[in-house]
Write a protein that binds this ligand. Sequence first.
Ligand code: FER
Length: 301
Amino acid sequence: MSENTENKELNVEETVEDNSTIESTGEIVEKCPISASEKKSGVAYGEYGHDTYFSKTCNMERAYSFLLPANYDENKKYPVMYLLHGIFGDENSFPSDSNNKIKEIFGNLSSEGRTREWIVIMPNMFAKDKPEQAPGFSAEGVWPYDNFINDLVNDLMPTVEERYSVLTGRDNTAIAGFSMGGRETLYISVSRPDLFSFACAIAPAPGVVPGKDNFMVHEGTISEEAFVYPKEGDENELKLLIVCAGDHDSVVGKFPLSYHTILEGNGSKHIWFEVPGADHDNTAIKSGIYNFLIQIEECSK
Ligand code: FER
């Protein structure tokens, strides 16, 4: 699920020769431009790291990965983006797959002043509270994913704020995720809009609201009526909410579209787009992250 087979054979880090700059008008560009996703000579990229923390929610030591911006400086303060992996993934899912180009997209956009410098935190989203719990397509198998909101808010966010030089508050905090991570991005952002001004769900999996697919019956983390974001003028209105997905996603199918339809129906402002030629894969991830970073700056102007 979190494996992105389409791009696996190209596990090479390329450096583009022309070092072309990113042309962006600020509009949604459905496909992430090559100029944003390829490694360029002369651009300093951040480094991935790994650490652990004790979670009171889970009553165990847990791990996360992080991406600090190039030239991370304790004397500066940085906004934080939480980036959530897909089902059966863990804190290594994003850092270990060089084809998602996360490092490159953040570094390229930042070097051209198209995004602020972010600290990216990639947690293990399976917030089990008993060692024997395992992920799967069942109510018990997904419960720990839905429990992650508690670990995030009560354990991981305080840890991050203590360990890194971070800007706090919702205007400096973003959440994004792919598939199961997209589902939890929606659940977390709609539940705690006071904590996140920016959210991006890439190919979000079913189960935010009740539903059924080939894998299982989803009870829903919230009711369809409750899947509504604070309205314009509310202090907790999101500045940016993106829902996107590949135009032929063979895993989550039309569930991302169904979230868009619900949000449109209840007047929750958001951006929806499909990524042409993308399945449940890195093409969708790259486009989602690229557009999220660009749109954060657009909506902050
Ligand atoms: C499901 C379909 C897809 C589901 C989860 C997924 C828990 C997640 C896919 C992924 O993370 O790649 O019915 O139920």
